[in-house]
Design a protein around this ligand. Sequence first.
Ligand SMILES: Cc1cc2nc3c(=O)[nH]c(=O)nc-3n(C[C@H](O)[C@H](O)[C@H](O)COP(=O)(O)OP(=O)(O)OC[C@H]3O[C@@H](n4cnc5c(N)ncnc54)[C@H](O)[C@@H]3O)c2cc1C
Length: 448
Amino acid sequence: MNTNVIENLKAALGEGRVLTGDAIGADFCHDEYPGGNFAPDAVVEAQSTDDVAAVLKICSENEVPVTVRGAGTGQVGGSVPIKGGVVLSVKGMDKILEFNEAERTLRVQPGVLLQDVKSEAESHGLYYPPDPGEKTSTIGGNAATDAGGPCAVKYGSTRDYIVDGVAVLADGSVKKLNDAEEIIGSEGTLGVICELTLRLIDKPKADAILLLPFMDTESCVKAAQTVLGTGCSPAVVDYLDTDIVEFSGNVTGNPVFPVEMDGERVAATLMAVLEGEDDDLVMEQMESIAELAEELECLDILVGDTTTMKRDMWAAHDAFHTSMESGAKNSFEYNITVPAVNIAEMVEWVKAAAEEKGMKAMAYAHVGTGGMHIHIAFDGERDEFKSLINELSPAVYEKCTALGGDIRGEYGIGYAKAPFAGEAGGKLKAAKAELDPKGILNPGKVAD
Ligand SMILES: Cc1cc2nc3c(=O)[nH]c(=O)nc-3n(C[C@H](O)[C@H](O)[C@H](O)COP(=O)(O)OP(=O)(O)OC[C@H]3O[C@@H](n4cnc5c(N)ncnc54)[C@H](O)[C@@H]3O)c2cc1C
């Protein structure tokens, strides 16, 4: 990169906020995707919308690639500077700017962590529902990936809570987010989100968790669809494969979900979260599901209704991802969405496809939205694992598409899935031609 660009960036932001050479920490070269390290030419630490505008103006004039970075918890390499240039870190833009009681909104900078948005909402007696698994991600990163989680079936994803905001386009011009809505979910390819006004809602006053074990995957997924159709409006309806339940339970020592019943191995468990204005209303919903037990063909109905039980169940659920990383010699995750009716087929297919290659596939899925997390584990050598995954990936994404699914899943495309994206980036490409004609923002990713 031209040294004049570095000098101009330093002049605009101050020497200390432009890092080059050895001053660039290793964390800026990767995210949570295991695809290797890519060093940028410079890291620029923005603290305000004006900083972002100044950086983009300089980079646009010099056609320097810019990769925006929040907390770097992405799973698809979205914040990784695979084409070099500048990493624009907005993590330091971490101020909660305003709570508007009348409007029930929270105005924040993009570097505020999701966990802090949630606790700020709670401090005002309100609720910010989106629940992607990683609570140390930034709210800007959540907006850029339109992050969602298990409760998206009832509450939707990040996009559904954005009232307005401020974004900076590639040429440094500042826009109201409502005038450039395509930026939400565009994974940093269309503009930089610099401010967000978020809608808060009332938090349900009571909840309980039901666990329904099944002898086969298909019955479990079918039951999930039946539960969704009851009108209970559950906040979570997750399919949990016993293989992942068992693996994770062994790693954490917190075996909460059933693995065997009456000496027989359970194939899967349905985890449903019911909510209501009070305990009686939650109890009514539990009873209506219990009445369906025979039709659902579940082996039992286990209830988590104390604070400790619910905490333990959520801890076990949240540990699937991390225990795979810490407990498997090699692991890799596919995150896709598949229509609910095809989840069982996808699970059975990927288990067989992985087994054929000497690997083991384990999964869980948010049945209402079709969001699937498929983890592949392998005991052999790292290099062999890499080539086996390289062979498996095209088949997984092809199968997902054939089943009417979307390879974006919850995590997005980044560079990890870009070779398989096909039409998934089509709309973004059209918007990019208008908003970032020089193609400086996050090149080599979903919109290329
Ligand atoms: C254990 C674990 C569990 C996870 N579970 C979920 C889950 O359930 N659901 C889910 O959706 N994701 C999940 N994720 C993925 C990740 O946490 C989300 O994608 C999150 O939204 C990324 O936020 P971040 O601040 O880390 O963004 P980064 O990783 O820094 O960036 C992500 C993308 O957003 C862009 N970006 C970041 N900030 C901005 C900004 N201000 N303006 C414009 N573009 C920006 C980047 O360029 C990049 O393309 C999980 C990750 C982990 C490690």
